[in-house]
Structure formats: structure tokens, C-alpha cells
Design a protein around this ligand. Structure first.
Ligand code: NOJ
Ligand code: MG
Length: 600
């Protein structure tokens, strides 16, 4: 599933494969990435130095690196084949050494597991599959010792159909909780005929968004799975109940929330039909524009309310929104007037889906000049979309490209959000047979839509059969064969591995003032090379990313870089062996090379 707003785009991308947009590049030289102990390596601070300077104080989230953990797949501590909280706690040292500052954990609340935790049946408890509340409290304490903050998932649009609120709501038309969800009569309904759904609204996961409920003879609305009825955010009691959820977790010491599916909170009260678009989706439905069920202005009142609730607590709580906004103007609205969220996830940049210097330049320029002057949040992988190793890789130079993407993610001005295993170059490993699929959309849309299991496979800790993830012989999802080579154990030993590249870059982000605080300014207009400066006070860092399979030689005049006076570039990181001092008038960039250099 490609998590983009346009259904048309989604279908096209899914149909032609995830790396559809990547340049088809073959027969070009594969460059040896061994740095051979070159000075640029030693110029970088060691990861442990970096870990000592974790961000603290107000606006900590500006300098933080967030790491998303899918708890089912990170580390199993009790041998049942499913990851758990104790497993996460056991791996905090790894995360600390890596140099990350906060973990966002996807839902661990009690859930029937239809949408693997995103169908919550109790917001203020821990699913026994993941452990106990004591385990959770211990995780927060242990994380804090390592300066790692814990961000929870706040799934606000819908509950599970097994949540007691919904069980009450569906029990009778006059139940006090009836109006906590969205119930409507069918069209042409009679005492004996359920008629048709109230309108043409479609579920993101396929087919009508309305589900007939025989007992009370009405339809309820669900933007996602049938088992995920939407809460009615027009009911003040829902607000009070959900605010209580925020209080519950804030009191337990969490650092904030990633708010799920935020743009879907409200629907048109007049139930107008959504407009159709050409073509059909992977489920065989007519494509539709979610005009009346997405991004209604009332969403911002809720975001302001969430902000007010969390701001009662110390520590500058962070709010991250999952809202796949179509452009920077829509994205910027999520900041409000500084009274909504600090970090709206940027899906435009995540979903460029091709190594295109002009496209990245255009989007980064737009976000740099966003009218709200907000802090961007960049990511390339998460539990809903194919991993970046495949999505940006060309099938030949994927490891090189993975490092290039790491440089892009970790040297731009924004808060990076990593996804577990991206630091290893974990790849998407889709199920091969429909009978092995877990994610229901993969069953419904097979074979066009294989679901999201492929990006949720267990973390690859070592090269053993279970990858160090579990002692179970059959973990909940199979261990990808790539774990033989791509694991924490194997990559730790190789100074030029993807893992050590991430560590080096994460350390640089902390040690270089310009990478921490600097503005970002694009340089030049090259069709292959995305180049930008990060600049604060007297400190300037120059980043060059050759997004093509061609060797490129670039030449910059001094005034292009810093208003004149610069004569040398000192590499801080280079993906290929390079001199210790480079003239800006003659920069040679091998295919897919990345160079991060201090401007002097
Ligand atoms: C977004 C989550 O990231 C996704 O995994 C989930 O299926 C939907 N929201 C519904 O909660
Ligand atoms: Mg377990």
C-alpha cells in the first residue's frame, strides 16, 4: 500500500512496482565505498560522543531524531514470536549508541489486532501480548536514563468495534453512547430491506465506508476497516473521553504523541457524495476523491485542543501528525499559529519515489519557505509503505543509494524520523502466497495490493535463523533472507556499512552546529546533483548528493557558496574516498555519491 492521498497515484505505483520511479540505471561502475581510514572518517565524532549531547530543554524536538518502533517486530523477549515491551527495553542501549533521541512506538494497547493495533479496544491499558503496564513504566524509566523520550500513538479517528464504547453504541438506538459514533439510515431502507448505504463514501481499505448493523437497522461509518468504526468528533463527550486518554499517558511520563489519521476526523454533515476519479483501485472500486471525508477545517480545532491538553505537562510535549497533505500550503496549516502541532509528517518528500534532484530541490525549497515557518519532519519509510531501500534503490546500487538517502534524511533542516531497520538497509519482503498474508488489505487486494507485511518483518539483529529477534522458530512474520548479510551484528563489523554510515551521520548532526541549527539553502540547479548549504552564524556545511548513475564534476564560484571568501571544502563525510581538502571549483562526484563538507 502506498500511503498517498491520491487514489490514482496509489494504484499506479502499486501496479507497476514500488521502485517504479527509480531511474533504470545499469552498466555503470560500482564504486568502492571503502574510505580506507581516510581523514574524513576520523573527522566525525564517535557515536558515543554524540550520544552524550542528546537534546534537552525547550524545543528538544527540533534537534531530535525520532525512531519508529513497530513493537510486534522489534524484539521478542518471551519466545512467542511477537515483539514486546521488555524486548524494546532490552534494546535501548543499541538505540542510545545509534544516537537517536526519541522512540515513537506504534500502538501497544489492547486490540483484536485486525489492523495490528490500530483497532484499539482500550486506550488506557497495555495489550498482554506486549506485556504489562509495569513493563511500560519500566521502559519509560530506562529510556529516560539514556535520554530517550517515548512518543505514543494516539489513534483518534476510530476505535475497535470491540471497544466498550462501540459495544454500547451498537446495543440500541437510544443508548447514551449511540452518538459517539456515526450512525445513519440507509437510502431507501424499509422495515424489511436495508436499502443502500447513505452515500458513496469509500473506505481507504476498499469498498463502502458504511457497514449495515442488523440489530439496530442502521449503517455505521468506518474510514478504515469495518472493525474500525469512526468516532463522532462532533460529540463533546468524545472530546472529553479522548482528552482523558492524553492525560493518562502524559502522567506516565511520555514525551508526546504521533496522532494517527488526523485529516479523517470529520465528515460532511450533509453526507454529500464524493466525486469520482477515472479508473479503479486495487480493490476494484471506482477511484474517488475523499473530498467530504478528509481535511475538513474542524480538524484544526481538535489539534488545538490536543495541544492545550498536553501543554499542561512539563517538558515541551511534542505532537506529530500523520496527515498525508497534498502540498506545502495544506501541510503548513498543521502548525496553526504555533498552537497545533510541531511536527507534521511530510509525505510529499517521503513519496518523491524517484532519485530526482530537481524534484527534491523543488520540494525542499517550498518547505523552507513555508508560511508558518514550521519545523519539517522528514521520513522515507514507515509501517505503511514499502521500505526506502527498494523504493529508492535502482536494483543495482541499492546500498549506495540507501547511504545517499541517509545523508538526505539526516543533513536537511528538519526532524528526521527513522523506521526500525532502515539503518541496516532492511528491504521490503512481501509475502509470496496470499495464504501467508496477515494485513487484511493484502488479502482483499491480492495480487495488486499485497498489504503491508513486507515492511513489517522482524528486526535483523544477527545472522542466526531467527535473526536474534526471537527464540521462536516461527516468528509472526518470516525472517527475510537478507538478514544473513544485513544485520546489526554483521554491519557493526564493517566501517562502511549502512549502519555505520547512519551512526556517523547521526553523530555529525549533533556535533556540527550548522547541521543542528542552520537554515537550508539550495545551491545551483543541476539536473543530477541536489546541493544545499546549511548555515548558521559563521558555520557553513555544504551537502552534495549525486542522484544519478553518472560521474559528475561540478564547479562553484565562491560567491555561490557563502557570499564570497571561501576557498576550501573539508569533508566531514564522503561516501567515496576523497581528498582531505577540496576546491569548490572542482568537485568530482562519482555515481550516487554523497559529500558533506565544511565550508572554510
Ligand atoms: C494509519 C496507520 O499508520 C495505519 O497503519 C493504520 O492502518 C491506519 N492509520 C488506520 O489506523
Ligand atoms: Mg513476545
Amino acid at each position: 500500500m502506498h500511503w498517498t492521498k491520491s487514489v490514482v497515484t496509489t494504484v499506479v505505483l502499486c501496479a507497476i512496482g514500488v521502485s517504479a520511479g527509480a531511474p533504470a540505471v545499469f552498466g555503470c561502475p560500482i564504486h568502492d565505498e571503502v574510505m580506507g581510514g581516510k581523514p574524513q572518517t576520523s573527522a566525525s565524532p564517535s557515536p558515543s560522543q554524540a550520544a552524550q549531547s542528546q537534546p534537552t530543554g525547550p524545543e528538544w524536538w527540533r534537534h531530535a531524531v525520532i525512531y519508529e518502533i513497530y513493537p510486534r517486530s522489534f524484539q521478542d523477549s518471551d519466545g512467542d514470536g511477537v515483539g514486546d515491551i521488555k524486548g524494546i527495553t532490552a534494546r535501548l542501549d543499541y538505540l542510545h549508541d545509534l544516537g537517536i533521541d526519541a522512540i515513537w512506538i506504534t500502538p501497544m494497547y489492547p486490540s483484536p489486532g485486525i489492523d495490528y493495533g490500530y483497532d484499539i479496544s482500550d486506550y488506557t491499558a497495555i495489550d498482554p501480548e506486549y506485556g504489562t503496564m509495569a513493563d511500560f513504566d519500566n521502559l519509560v524509566v530506562e529510556a529516560k536514563k539514556r535520554n530517550i523520550r517515548v512518543i505514543m500513538d494516539y489513534v483518534i479517528n476510530h476505535t475497535s468495534d470491540q471497544h466498550k464504547w462501540f459495544l454500547e453504541s451498537r446495543s440500541s438506538r437510544d443508548n447514551p453512547k449511540r452518538d459517539w459514533y456515526i450512525w445513519r439510515d440507509g437510502k431507501g431502507e424499509t422495515a424489511t430491506d436495508k436499502g443502500r448505504p447513505p452515500n458513496n463514501w469509500q473506505s481507504w481499505f476498499g469498498h463502502s465506508a458504511w457497514q449495515w448493523d442488523e440489530k439496530t437497522r442502521q449503517y455505521y461509518y468506518h474510514y478504515f476497516y469495518v472493525q474500525q468504526p469512526d468516532l463522532n468528533w462532533r460529540n463533546p463527550e468524545v472530546h472529553a473521553a479522548m482528552d482523558g486518554v492524553l492525560d493518562f499517558w502524559m502522567k506516565r511520563g511520555v514525551a508526546g504523541f504521533r496522532i494517527d489519521a488526523v485529516s479523517r476526523l470529520y465528515e460532511d454533515p450533509n453526507l454529500r457524495d464524493d466525486p469520482y476519479l477515472p479508473g479503479r483501485n486495487a480493490y476494484g472500486d471506482r477511484n474517488i476523491q475523499h473530498k467530504y471525508t478528509d481535511d475538513l477545517p474542524e480538524v484544526h480545532d481538535v489539534l488545538k485542543e490536543v495541544r492545550r491538553v498536553v501543554d499542561k505537562y512539563p517538558g515541551d510535549p511534542v505532537l506529530v501528525t500523520e496527515a498525508d497533505e497534498p502540498n506545502v500550503q495544506a501541510l503548513s496549516k498543521m502548525y496553526g499559529n504555533g498552537d497545533e502541532v510541531q511536527l507534521p509528517m511530510d509525505f510529499q518528500i517521503a513519496d518523491v519515489n524517484e532519485l530526482s534532484a530537481p524534484r527534491f530541490r523543488e520540494l525542499f525549497n517550498e518547505i523552507e519557505s513555508n508560511s508558518a515557518h514550521g519545523q519539517p519532519e522528514y521520513f522515507f519509510s514507515n509501517h505503511d509503505q514499502p521500505r526506502q531501500w527498494d523504493r529508492y534503490g535502482d536494483g543495482v546500487h541499492n546500498d549506495q543509494i540507501a547511504k545517499l538517502m541517509a545523508v538526505l534524511e539526516l543533513t536537511t533542516r528538519g526532524t528526521p524520523q527513522m523506521y526500525y531497520g532502515e539503518e541496516l538497509g532492511m528491504r521490503t519482503t512481501d509475502p509470496v502466497r496470499v495464504e501467508d498474508v496477515h494485513d487484511p488489505i493484502g488479502k482483499l487486494g491480492w495480487p495488486k495490493e499485497k498489504g503491508r507485511d513486507g515492511e513489517r518483518t522482524p528486526m535483523q539483529w544477527d545472522s542466526s535463523a531467527e535473526a536474534g529477534f526471537s527464540t521462536a522458530t516461527k516468528p509472526w512474520l518470516p525472517i527475510p533472507s537478507s538478514s544473513a548479510k544485513y544485520s546489526v551484528e554483521a554491519e557493526s563489523k564493517d566501517p562502511n556499512s549502512i549502519l555505520n554510515t547512519y551512526k556517523r551521520l547521526l553523530a555529525l548532526r549533533k556535533s556540527e552546529l550548522a547541521l543542528r541549527d542552520g537554515v537550508q539553502l539550495s545551491v545551483g540547479n543541476d539536473p543530477d546533483v541536489f546541493a544545499y548549504l546549511r548555515k548558521t552564524g559563521d558555520e557553513t556545511v555544504f551537502v552534495l548528493l549525486n542522484m544519478s548513475s553518472r560521474e559528475r564534476t561540478l564547479s562553484f564560484k565562491p560567491d555561490e557558496l557563502q557570499g564570497g571568501g571561501i576557498s576550501r571544502l573539508t569533508p566531514l563525510y564522503s561516501s567515496t574516498p576523497t581528498a582531505t581538502s577540496i576546491s569548490p571549483a572542482h568537485i568530482v562526484l562519482p555515481p550516487f555519491a554523497a559529500l558533506v563538507a565544511k565550508v572554510q
